[in-house]
Write a protein that binds this ligand. Sequence first.
Ligand code: SF4
Length: 353
Amino acid sequence: MQFADLGLRASRGESISPEEALAILATADDQILDVVTAASKPRFAFFGNRVRVNFLVNLKSGRCPEDCFYCSQRLGSSAGILKYSWLSTEDAVAVARTGIAAGAQRVCLVASGTGPSNREVGKIAEVSRAIKAEHPGVEICACAGFLKDGQGEVLVDSGVDAYNHNLNAASSHYPQICTTHSYADRVDTVERAKDSGLSPCSGFIAGMGESHEQLVELAFALRELGADSIPVNFLLPFDGTPMKGTNHLTAHDCLRVLAMVRLVNPRSEIRIAAGRELHLRSMQVLGLHIANSIFLGDYLTSEGQPGQADIDMIADAGMVIEGAEHAPRATPDKTDEVALRRRGAGTQVQANA
Ligand code: SF4
């Protein structure tokens, strides 16, 4: 394989072909540095040495009526997660503040469920307005399930910049990971978000038993959809879900998946999302040479590495946090954040799975 040629073409904004994408996923472990180097070309061409830091605020957790097999918040899940309905605006803003103080440039406001009611969209809008009033330069991404007519516009009016709705699995794989909605439903919401003027953020989860062909199918589907940002998750096999014990990925697999997605979507923000610490472990820093974005600290229902470790890793890689190059940073205070989440919960409180 002509790795240098792939990197050169991608750094001109061109996608590699489906055949080349498949070949990337089939490379041997002793070629991993060639793969990373090729994918680093467009990464540095379009994003320099900047890393975008995102921070999750889980507005509503658990008790979802959908049955996504990988999800700790699914119908019937017995995963030991926090379950609560809607943080107050005051608490949500306080949680967001901890991430912003540590350098997060984007705050992701997430709520579990099939899709928001208009009243719930109003709650997200209220939180967005409150965060923007304090931090006008910070971007807001909402993630609350399937959108209905007019909801995207309400979010735009409140200052929400982007909407996340992951495809999660390829069309041909979708019936094996969920029975309560379809792949087409997910595409519809990404399109609605885009049509409302929200920046489309959509990605997937690797490690759910999919084939290489299905991963390539996803990467091209996201290119077709025009996803501005692509979160790449690596399955966290929660106890209490049908995916319990599923652990097919090596750190090298994860790097190959990230590289393939980067080379198919050279100009998109590629975010290493959940599973980064579990699957990439000491190879995380190589992932930063492919992806230009990470979440800081914890995920929705699982712990990440401490925020300071993320910040140190970025510095060790010779990279800088986007938009906060000269700002002083404070580590997000995990204790405060959990306390705030509990205060909003008022119901079942357990250690994160
Ligand atoms: S992924 Fe979303 S829609 Fe699916 S079960 Fe989890 S919270 Fe519900």
